[in-house]
Write a protein that binds this ligand. Sequence first.
Ligand code: CA
Length: 333
Amino acid sequence: MKKFLILLLSAVLITGTFSACGKSSQTGKLPKIGVCIYKYDDTYISTVRQSLEKLAANKAELLLNDGKGDQGTQNDQVDLLIQKGVDVLMVNIVDVGAAQTIVNKAKAADIPIIFFNREPDTDVIKSYDKAMFVGTNAKDAGVIQGEIIAETWKNGDYDTNGDGKMQYVMFKGEPDNPEAVARTEWSIKSATEKGVKCQELALQVCNWDTELANRAMEAWLSKYGNSIEFVVANNDGMAQGAIAALQAAGYNKGDKNKFIPVVGVDATDAAKDLIAKGYMTGTVLQDGSAMADAIFAIAMNIASGKDRLEGTDYKYDETNVAVRIPYKAYNGK
Ligand code: CA
């Protein structure tokens, strides 16, 4: 009975901690980690958050905050976390342009800060010796996409008009977002380096959004029809929208002779499912649990006064303030 009560109590405490932005519990000496997420409603970031919650069980108190895609909201959340005396801040910033403001707040309070996933300028991070960044290398996802494109192009018979060139359409996430810019550029550069002659038919910024990509693809299909030989999307959300439009036009439903290859990035569950069914070609895995492992290990080191990377396999990149988590190709095989 006593055991049961203790179990129940710890369950209550853990649940309390997880949902707890606000309740500064006095439950012991667990490190307090303030976590600001740019928005909960993002598939990849949700996997990071869930992995963090698992890692923190009985080891740290996570104070989680949903920035809801609004920098003003996130600034207030950072202020509140600082007031609560967190040991470390983890910030998945909404607007990278606001990073200096956040760094200044952390610096004034002498609280170490780990930015993750959305990357501020290196100069901003370097303006505070207790600031760092954990993310991917924006270029990598594009390079891996290019490798998938090259492999698919060589192994398949997708040159519908037989001109030896790959006519493609490109879905771009945001106009100036560094990830979007790098993926757009490097997917094609890396395919080209691998010998694919690429020709862009059209490019559309669709804000990472499935619905917008769906409409753009519909429009392109009626304009270009089967002149489109490849579809490249900066993320799986947009790839998914494109596939829905392709399927509505009779493509990518299992008939190999009516298939236009589509590649995305993120390895979302929806994309994995489409790949398993043979409706999508491949994606690039941004490993959310690997990201959570890294930021949690670093935060725990900081909280116990160790060097940030002590006892880990992580290494700083050439900036000396950033750690990069590698991407992987995913084709379901
Ligand atoms: Ca062609």
